[in-house]
Design a protein around this ligand. Structure first.
Ligand code: GSH
Length: 226
């Protein structure tokens, strides 16, 4: 069966807060792959009532491929790239592909200090909040990754490996965090961040996030108490 005939449903959390949901959603949308968004909502503790219907891990995101669950963002990325090889969601060149997989794995497993201190909150503006030496170390490493990738792919397009792919989807929520917390970036990294913010899929996700009204206490360490 051609991949285009496969029914894809992506189960996601709140667009304002769910960084892991944003990644595969942006990947599918930017690649022009049709899917149904099953948008669930966090409760005040950051749990997701109803997720047990879709995912054995009880977390979002989950991709349903003809009804069969693929969970965890890295597995979803691999499944999508395999279903749609013509989209070249991983770089075509083997060395670039190895690098792309490495930086995606590093994001997936790491940067916990940054992720903990600067939770994704697209509609908020908290300049300077959450910064610490440990967070700066994570930011420096991420900026270094972006600069390194851009240095290798300059002239081929504004994304990490020239054209849009999995690595850009993986780092998109970091870009929104840099915006929310007004993180200063070196020029090449800032130019990359601006290019990500200009992607149609990212703009669509962020517009939807701003339209949400739910307030999730667990993801709002810097909001005035209410
Ligand atoms: N390793 C998972 C992490 C997914 C994750 O942490 N999802 C959060 C939302 S962004 C979640 O489902 N939280 C609800 C819970 O853990 O109960 C992935 O890469 O998909």
């Amino acid at each position: 069966m051609p991949a285009g005939d496969v029914k894809l449903q992506l189960v996601t959390g709140n667009k304002n807060y769910s960084s892991w949901s944003m990644r595969p959603w942006v990947l599918l949308r930017e690649a022009g792959i049709a899917f149904e968004d099953i948008a669930l909502k966090f409760d005040d503790d950051g749990r997701i009532p109803g997720i047990e219907r879709y995912s054995p891990s009880r977390q979002v995101p989950v991709l349903l491929v003809d009804g069969e669950a693929v969970w965890d963002s890295m597995a979803i990325f691999e499944a999508v790239a395999e279903l749609f090889p013509e989209k070249s969601l991983w770089p075509r060149e083997a060395r670039a592909r190895r690098l792309a997989r490495s930086i995606c794995a590093e994001m997936h497993a790491g940067f916990r200090t940054l992720r903990g201190a600067m939770p994704m909150n697209i509609r908020a503006s908290h300049p300077g909040k959450g910064m610490s030496p440990g967070v700066q170390t994570d930011i420096d490493r991420i900026a270094g990754i972006w600069q390194d990738c851009r240095g290798r792919s300059s002239g081929e397009g504004p994304m990490l490996f020239g054209t849009f792919g999995v690595a850009d989807a993986m780092y998109a929520p970091v870009v929104t965090r840099c915006r929310t917390y007004a993180v200063a970036l070196p020029p090449v990294a800032q130019a990359y961040a601006d290019a990500v913010l200009g992607l149609a899929s990212v703009r669509e996700w962020m517009d939807a996030a701003r339209a949400e009204t739910e307030f999730v206490r667990a993801d709002e360490p810097y909001a005035p108490s209410r």
